[in-house]
Design a binder for this molecule. Structure first.
Ligand code: SF4
Length: 338
């Protein structure tokens, strides 16, 4: 008896959905594929859309830290949780500029500025606009994540030169209230619509490992892929379990499940930069390599992600070198996803 007669080594690769929006079931079917088939399919899609195969390096700086009135269960910056994060006011332009220049010198092409607000006031937007103008002046791509925006605020950020706005959906709508109670899923969608209407590229993804069921992971991907157009950047985060947050005791994510999420994001949003985001430090080099194989082509770069840890720059440079991967060099903003 041969081994192959006992174990099915190669099952037929499932094709993507028929035309139309992604159903949760179709996404679930992808997530459930045999691992090797899924990664192979994702890599095939990846090579079609990113033949140069480079990795985007994005640096994220917390420009206003802590004291946030929202209660996102994963976030150490919420004022509701005792996490030891000290609230700090908005940074000055020259401080931010120094950090952006250092990130650029280290090879980053995108600089993301995060502020822990529920929703900025107009005077906050004015101050952030000055930060965006300064960073833009270095020739870097700019990104901001400031909470919920009104349409006129999105317009003001666009006028300042903002290239991307990050606003994550976090999880599926059905699981959202288990994670956040201070706002609705529709609030997120409204801000994303305001960002799109202002002509800013969208950066939007989610987090795995928050106690969600597989159907919620499929639901998150379906939501993202069905945004019209889907986001240009899709950060996939693995929960960083910070003591003091309500999700601190969540079960860690199986690394293969995480790779599956990357692969399915790549297949359903073929032209997006899929970003290997928070939680990368826990993944180790081998799992990160699998994520790149599955279509991740962007990482957060720098030793800190807002207030949690990230692999250090030298470790990332070494990893890319070991894998023969090139960092993206151009500062040009990619075409919007169609
Ligand atoms: S994730 Fe953002 S909105 Fe939520 S608590 Fe943290 S800083 Fe506030």
């Amino acid at each position: 008896m041969t081994v192959a007669s006992e174990v099915t080594l190669h099952r037929p690769v499932k094709t993507a959905r028929a035309e139309g929006p992604w159903s949760v079931e179709a996404v679930q079917a992808l997530l459930d594929m045999p691992f090797m088939d899924l990664v192979h399919q994702a890599q095939t899609v990846h090579r079609q859309h990113f033949p140069e195969g480079d990795i985007e390096l994005a640096t994220l700086l917390s420009v206003k830290t802590g004291g946030c009135p929202e209660n996102c269960g994963y976030c150490p910056q919420s004022a509701e949780f005792d996490t030891g994060v000290k609230a700090q006011k908005l940074m000055e332009v020259d401080e931010v500029l120094r950090a952006a220049k250092a990130a650029q010198d280290a090879g980053a092409t995108r600089f993301c500025m995060g502020a822990a607000w529920r929703a900025p006031k107009d005077r906050d937007v004015e101050k952030v606009a000055a930060l965006i103008e300064a960073v833009k002046g270095l020739g870097m791509q700019t990104c901001a994540t400031l909470g919920m925006l009104e349409p006129h605020q999105a317009q003001a950020l666009k006028s300042a030169g903002l290239d991307y706005y990050n606003h994550n959906l976090d999880t599926a709508p059905e699981y959202y209230t288990d994670v956040v109670q201070t706002r609705q899923y529709q609030d997120r969608l409204d801000t994303l619509a305001a960002v799109r209407a202002a002509g800013i590229n969208v950066c939007c993804g989610g987090i795995v490992g928050m106690g969600e069921q597989p159907v919620h992971r499929a639901g998150l991907i379906a939501q993202l892929a069905n945004l019209d157009p889907y986001p240009e950047s899709v950060p996939i985060n693995s929960l960083v379990r910070v003591p003091g947050t309500p999700l601190a005791d969540s079960e860690p994510v199986d690394p293969f499940e995480f790779v599956r999420m990357i692969a399915v994001a790549r297949i359903t949003m073929p032209k997006a930069r899929v970003r290997l985001s928070a939680g990368r430090q826990q993944l180790g080099e081998a799992v990160q390599a699998l994520c790149f194989m599955a279509g991740a082509n962007s990482i957060f770069y720098g030793d800190k992600l807002l207030v949690t840890g990230n692999p250090d720059v030298e470790a990332d440079v070494q990893l890319l070198r070991k894998l023969g991967l090139q960092a993206r060099r151009t500062q040009q903003v990619e075409e919007p996803c169609a």
